[in-house]
Design a protein around this ligand. Structure first.
Ligand SMILES: N[C@@H](CCC(=O)N[C@@H](CSC=O)C(=O)NCC(=O)O)C(=O)O
Length: 280
């Protein structure tokens, strides 16, 4: 299936362009959308890229419309790519619950029926979408990745599984140990089956323990986050990082919850963190 891009929306924003595109994904066997922010050019070199993976219930539009990230991305000359969080469409299986099915792809390759035909988000994000973006936009191969909650899991997991692909990774309120928390256990059992060994390559704590090549990681976590105690456990990844002398910074932010108000408050720090590494 050849992938042609169809422009759905375009808006001038902070001197750059916010665009939304549709394409047929051969990996996911459905039509997908993604959003991209293209800053005004700052020189001859193609601009570096920050990917942002969103959380449960999100599309590419939650971050686009609620984070306010484009102002700083424009200043820093960063391209932002915002993929959707799962395959979509009437032909794609779904559940009524918000934490399984459409909007809850968990950035993995499902092996179980009825999910496996479409839920191949790991391959979509590690191969098909990066190639499509590289073929159609003037971008650098200097790239970083960030995400929120389920998307924070996706960002750190993708960075740990693909050494050298990203220069830095960051997350806001990420699920760092999905194998042991209710959101992750429910999704991994449905998508990957009962064998917990098959879950491990999607667990950032397990991946960091195995890793031999580091990259800088920044994590922000609100201490009033309603999901902190049951689902997130950022301290578990921090403990492994300390044991391994890994360059990871975990910042606990007093009073902040799990919402986009939290993301909007700290996304500037994340983009500046990535810009430092992307321009190094
Ligand atoms: N609706 C659910 C909670 C869903 C939720 O909070 N989603 C978060 C991400 S949670 C982890 O991945 C989110 O980003 N929502 C979109 C938004 O725009 O806020 C419930 O009621 O518990």
């Amino acid at each position: 299936m050849a992938s042609t891009l169809e422009l759905l929306e375009e808006h001038r924003l902070f001197g750059g362009w916010q665009q939304r595109w549709r394409h047929l994904s051969s990996t996911l066997n459905c039509t997908m959308t993604f959003s991209i922010f293209l800053p005004a050019p700052q020189g001859e070199s193609p601009p570096p890229v920050v990917w942002f993976l969103s959380g449960l219930t999100c599309t590419d539009e939650n971050f686009t419309t609620k984070s306010g990230a484009q102002r700083v991305a424009a200043e820093l000359g960063l391209v932002l790519v915002m993929p959707d969080t799962s395959p979509r469409g009437a032909e794609v299986p779904n559940e009524e619950a918000y934490d399984l099915g459409q909007g809850a792809g968990f950035y993995l390759n499902a092996t179980q029926a009825p999910w496996a035909t479409h839920f191949q988000m790991y391959d979509y994000l590690s191969a098909e979408l990066p190639a499509l973006i590289a073929d159609n936009f003037n971008i650098s191969d200097r790239q970083a990745i960030a995400g929120h909650s389920m998307g924070g899991h996706g960002a750190i997991m993708l960075a740990l599984r693909n050494p050298g692909r990203f220069v830095s990774a960051s997350a806001l309120a990420p699920i760092v140990n999905p194998c042991t928390v209710p959101w992750g256990e429910k999704a991994f059992r449905a998508y990957l089956g009962d064998d917990r060994q098959a879950w491990l390559p999607y667990d950032s704590c397990w991946l960091m323990r195995q890793a031999t090549q580091t990259l800088p990681i920044l994590i922000d976590q609100g201490d009033s986050d309603q999901f902190l105690a049951d689902q997130l456990h950022p301290e578990r990844l921090e403990e492994i990082a300390i044991e391994k002398n890994w360059p990871l910074t975990l910042r606990i932010q007093p009073g902040y919850d799990h919402s986009y108000y939290f993301i909007a408050s700290f996304i500037e720090d994340h983009l500046r963190f990535h810009a430092t590494h992307l321009r190094a």
